[in-house]
Design a protein around this ligand. Structure first.
Ligand code: C2E
Ligand code: MG
Ligand code: MG
Ligand code: MG
Length: 288
């Protein structure tokens, strides 16, 4: 233990642990406050179909404007929300708000909502989704949920049961960050997903030499054989887009098309004829 390690260890080690614990407690208290006062924002990032040459959906991404820390990214508070169980309330707020906003978008644009592993252990998840759809009037076909492979690690059987319940509602199911989890391929046998979201780590080095192209081709070939849509995450460069198109990837998402945008700017983005979608559509010509 730190105290038995002498003065240096004591001074060096203990205060930092203490500091971290205090910071965590404070953040948890702030998170509870934010839930009580509904102080979160949803930003939306467009998903674009290369095969249909149109926008298909927007992914809802939560942001937390913190009174002193600024805009806190989900990577910094979703894990804490999961550990403390606060994710159930946050997840419900996200679902209701995303469905509400999406119901005013032109048809057939869909909204994609991230569900965390912990939410799958909550028996009322399907009824929460039913409620959000009902109060917003959003047709279930225009809702897509994204789950990561960690949902299988927590409780595979329960997760699969819940996925079937959601599917029966008419909601589509995407497997997020595909390829980064443990035993990715076995998850494809457990549930007939509608879409694979190929993790951005597979997209990052596509413009350089290496076997990245072959990995993308293997995934799209497999997905085609199973009748599953493919989407590449984190597309930032026209050169990456060119490879993805050539290797048969059907949809893309990334900064090349747009960063996540604030909710009330979504309709402007859709209406803007000179928008970035033109950049995507004509990118192959720019490449050659
Ligand atoms: P994700 O679902 O895989 O979302 C994609 C992340 O990649 C987003 O980060 C997005 O801003 C970022 N991204 C998109 N395009 C690019 C690109 O071209 N380059 C780079 N470098 N990044 C790009 P964000 O918004 O920080 O979210 C991080 C993660 O937090 C999400 O990963 C998701 O797992 C989780 N998350 C976000 N919102 C929610 C939510 O409402 N509920 C739950 N449970 N998790 C959420
Ligand atoms: Mg996602
Ligand atoms: Mg992802
Ligand atoms: Mg991710």
């Amino acid at each position: 233990r730190a105290k038995q390690h002498g003065k240096a260890g004591h001074h060096f080690f203990e205060p930092s642990l203490d500091e971290r614990a205090r910071h965590r407690r404070q953040l948890e208290a702030d998170l509870r406050d934010a839930i009580r006062s509904g102080r979160f924002e949803l930003h939306y990032q467009p998903l674009y179909s290369l095969t249909e040459e149109r926008l298909t959906a927007f992914e809802a991404l939560i942001r937390w404007p913190h009174p002193t820390l600024g805009l806190v990214s989900p990577a910094d508070f979703i894990p804490l929300a999961e550990e403390t169980g606060l994710i159930t309330q946050i997840g419900e707020w996200v679902m209701r708000e995303a469905c509400r906003q999406a119901s005013s978008w032109p048809e057939p644009l869909a909204v994609a909502v991230n569900l965390s592993a912990r939410q799958f252990l909550c028996p009322t998840l399907p009824s929460m989704v039913v409620q959000a759809l009902a109060e917003s009037g959003l047709p279930p076909q225009r809702l897509e949920v994204e789950i990561t492979e960690s949902a299988f690690a927590a409780n595979a059987e329960k997760t699969i049961e819940t996925l079937h319940a959601l599917r029966e509602l008419g909601v589509r199911i995407a497997l997020d960050d595909f390829g980064t989890g443990y035993a990715s391929l076995s998850h494809l046998r457990m549930f007939p997903f509608d879409k694979l979201k190929i993790d951005q780590t597979f997209v990052r080095d596509l413009a350089s030499e290496g076997n990245g192209h072959a990995v993308i081709r293997a995934i799209t070939t497999l997905a085609d054989a199973l009748g599953i849509e493919t989407l590449a995450e984190g597309v930032e460069e026209a050169a990456q887009l060119a490879v993805l198109r050539r290797e048969g990837c059907r949809q893309i998402q990334g900064f090349l098309l747009s960063r996540p945008i604030i909710g009330n700017e979504v309709e402007l983005f859709i209406a803007d004829r000179t928008s970035r979608t033109e950049v995507i559509r004509y990118a192959p010509e720019m490449e050659s």
